[in-house]
Design a protein around this ligand. Sequence first.
Ligand code: SF4
Length: 256
Amino acid sequence: MENRPKKRIFIGLLVVTCLILFFLIFLFWYIPMVGLKTIHPSLPLLFTILLAIVVLVMFSGGLLLIFTILSGKETFLSHRLRGVVAKVLFPFMILMGRLMGVSKVKVQQSFIELNNHLVRSNSHRTRPSRLLVLLPHCIQDFDCQIKITGNIRNCKGCGKCEIKDLIEISDQYQVKIAVATGGTLARRIIVENRPEAIVGVACELDLTTGIQDSYPIPVIGILNERPYGPCINTKADIQKVKQAILDFLGPDPQKP
Ligand code: SF4
């Protein structure tokens, strides 16, 4: 229930975008009709058929996306839809959101929820050794002197921050876990570990960029909590991380 309003923002912007695009396509069809007729009498018909195919593909894609979101079921093209949403629709939605007074953060949150929904409806399953939990550096206690970016296992497990709990979860399910200070290091970790799936914890900006950059690798994104403001002593919802791991490993993962 909690996620529905967020996904609705994306769907709403998508519907408005489609209506505007259909109107623009109509203008694009209507205006050159007269000129085309003077070149060759059959050109207007060919042009109409071409645009009709474009509209049909757009309309079917939009309907399929909305059906996948509402039903929560895997559809035959839902894997591709995730790519279209990440690479094509999301930048449009940011632009539409700006025009319609919806903040960038809200559109980003909506995109993350929608992406998670599509990943879950795809029922991606992976082995524990190919699942990577990727964390932001700001989860580490600000005063902790231990360097965990190169190796998270350097953590002494004092419990002052959630790094301890997250390492315990990764041990419990035998999945990989790493900390990144930014996009460049995150990309390097992904290249080195070659995961089949990723559970990412980060802020809106890093998650949306990470989901886009990682495609086609499926990512379930979990927004961090920021009780002290951005980038310092942030928190991760441990239950959500666990659930995301189980979504990739299946309901009955092999225990150590
Ligand atoms: S749990 Fe680990 S990373 Fe966090 S403060 Fe303690 S030693 Fe440092």
